[in-house]
Design a protein around this ligand. Sequence first.
Ligand SMILES: [Fe+2]
Length: 290
Amino acid sequence: MQTTVTPFFHQATGTWSYVMSDPVTREAAVIDPVLDYDWRSGRTGTAAADALLAHLSAGALQLRWILETHAHADHLSSAPYLQARAGGQIAIGEGIRRVQVTFKRIFGLGDEFVPDGTQFDRLLTDGDTVAVGGIAGRVIATPGHTSDSVSYLFGDALFVGDTVFMPDGGSARCDFPGGDAAELYRSVQRLYALPADTRVFVCHDYSPGGRDPLCQTTIGAQRRSNIHLNADTTESEYVALRLARDATLDVPNLIIPSVQVNIRGGHLPAAESDGVSYLKVPLNVFGRPL
Ligand SMILES: [Fe+2]
């Protein structure tokens, strides 16, 4: 029986989160859940996460896994909030340790932050399996956008994180610390080797051309018509295109709060003596000089 996939769109960040489930056993995984965040007020919110919980509850789905495709730089994760209410294990690619080392330095974090991945319940390696009922999810390491990026293949449903977007959206940027366009090219070749009818679920859609947001395509469609990386694109062509495009992109709106929370497994920094949790803003580190 086919893996059931329900998409949830987070308008403010252009993020797609998913609930995938085994229709026989009614076990489920959530992929890339979002925590709402208002930059101006510094306030978090749970509307997006509550929609996921309502879906799990309405379908009597048992949450086994909360899967991150990578440490996101554009939205905060709600993984711990979901786990506290619905259970499941929080997992991410083992490359998160390198991401943690890098951003511990960039954000000037102290000894209280240990970059060893223990903020997550499980660190995943290429070829690992995450079981959801009778469906054995395969972990495919797909670094390039970040060094911890992984994709998840459940039956014919592939969750690609930030590798390729919809065919008319191209591919993910590779200019974050630890990003590498040639590495992303090689990761996408592994995905493109999957059967043409594999269903592809993307992590973001920014509505190119003003169309409605879309989340689902196929490997065949990507190979035919992805505007950055199709079956005929060479590595050097792709790297040149990616580097040129990345040079034009602004820093993501929420990179500063997102990274600090997401390298902690979605937890806010420990509250200080006044009971308030604080984020840090490294001045003149990200982006181009004004
Ligand atoms: Fe990302």
